[in-house]
Design a protein around this ligand. Structure first.
Ligand code: NAD
Ligand code: DAU
Length: 353
């Protein structure tokens, strides 16, 4: 982004982290990790509890006096003020780790509006309040999708121009640019991370991996978009969360850090791998109409975060995939509850059965 005078991370007088979207997939993993690795820090978990946010994910933090949940919308000034007031009550230096977003590409194709509201307006609202309060650091969690799509070779670096293709990725690119502007115009202490496809526990089963696991559990087929030869780079969510913590504590203000799993795979190879893991037949695969504007290939060059912050993924796909599948099986009641209600309506609309 922009080199501004570095402001070192200072934990000497206590740290309170405002985590937005901390009841969603990655946010849940992040708050659990913080409580484990930085037990002396306070966490204000600020989430609107949309269809993708689930308080049940935070059960393990019940009784933890350093974790406070605040329900509210990042687009609403009064809600953001309440969240920052909760941070001030805890005291110490306040940091923000901003996950809250509308995150599903297919939903953004149905309607882009909620994406613009939360991802663009919500991010600007947070930036305004965070600047007024004078936070120590603001980590904006973004995505490799802002770079667009790749051909058969090459990888996205932090210098790759932004060329988003879906309403989701365009709204995320918009939020990245607003963060960049806050750094450039106001010397605001923000950092941006851009990572590849996460997998792991607590992921909402509209996303491909938990959707597959859930469908297989119900004896349903697996809908593969188009020819299934699109490529994604799969990153275990715990690795992603550890990378974000490294960026928060040791990253240089004003910089962008790519985060990847070194784990590129075609969608069809992923499906076959999951079916094999579960000893299920490939006849469960059904090719369906392609996603409009479907990005063909993502790949991340994560040299910068490895070189500057010493981060690289700790989990291999061979370890973390079976672990993830076991989690969904052990938490079938969670999956069942999450798939009820509004999700059923969405599934009907997207896949027609
Ligand atoms: P998610 O959809 O599972 O969770 C999003 C959370 O944000 C939910 O808890 C939801 O209730 C909350 N939220 C939504 N709108 C809100 C609003 N207006 N105010 C307050 N809270 C609101 O998403 P995720 O997969 O955990 O992704 C988290 C972040 O990481 C997003 O910014 C996403 O763009 C980014 N990201 C995700 C991936 C991935 O593979 N999942 C990869 C790269 C980047
Ligand atoms: O790359 C990072 C991005 O990864 C994040 O920014 C997004 O928030 C996150 O949702 C994810 O986006 P994708 O569109 O890549 O993830 P999804 O799980 O929706 O799809 C993964 C691939 O699988 C993609 O190529 C589309 C395909 N797919 C998906 C679904 C839901 C299918 O073939 N069938 C499906 O039913």
């Amino acid at each position: 982004m922009h080199a501004i005078p570095d402001q070192p991370f200072d934990a000497a007088h206590g740290v309170t982290v405002l985590v937005t979207g901390g009841a969603g997939f990655i946010g849940t993993s992040f708050v659990h990790m913080l409580a484990e690795l930085r037990p002396q820090w306070n966490i204000v978990n600020f989430d609107a509890l949309t269809y993708a946010g689930n308080l049940e994910n935070l059960e393990g933090l019940r009784g933890n006096a350093r974790h406070q949940f605040v329900k509210g919308d990042i687009c609403v000034d009064e809600d953001v003020e309440r969240a920052f007031a909760a941070c001030s009550k805890f005291g110490g230096k306040v940091c923000v780790v901003h996950f809250a977003a509308e995150s599903h590409v297919d939903r953004s194709i149905i309607s882009g509006r909620p994406f613009v509201l939360t991802n663009v307006l919500g991010t600007q609202t947070l930036l305004d309040h965070a600047r007024k309060l004078g936070v120590m650091r603001f980590v904006h969690v973004s995505t490799d999708e802002v770079y667009g799509t790749l051909g058969a070779t090459g990888a996205f670096s932090e210098e790759t121009p932004l060329a988003p293709n879906s309403p989701y990725s365009s709204s995320k690119a918009g939020s990245d640019l607003l963060v960049r502007a806050a750094v450039h115009t106001h010397g605001f202490p923000a950092l941006i991370t851009r990572c590849s496809n996460n997998y792991g526990p607590y992921q909402f089963p509209e996303k491909f991996l938990p959707l597959m696991i859930a469908n297989i559990g119900e004896g349903k087929s697996i809908p593969v978009y188009g020819d299934g030869l699109q490529i994604r780079d799969w990153l275990y969510v715990r690795d992603h969360c550890e990378a974000i913590l490294a960026v928060l504590e040791r990253g240089h203000v004003g910089e962008v850090y790519n985060i990847g799993g070194n784990n590129e795979m075609t969608n069809i190879a992923l499906v076959k791998r999951v079916l094999k893991e579960l000893s299920k037949p490939e006849s469960l695969i059904t090719y369906v109409k392609d996603r409009p504007g479907h990005d063909r290939r993502y790949a991340i060059d994560a040299t910068k975060i490895r070189r500057e912050l010493g981060w690289s993924p700790r989990y291999t796909f061979d370890q973390a995939l079976p672990e993830t599948i076991r989690w969904y099986h052990a938490n079938s009641a969670w999956l069942q509850r999450v798939r009820s209600g509004a999700y059923r309506d969405y599934y009907q609309r997207q896949y027609g059965s």
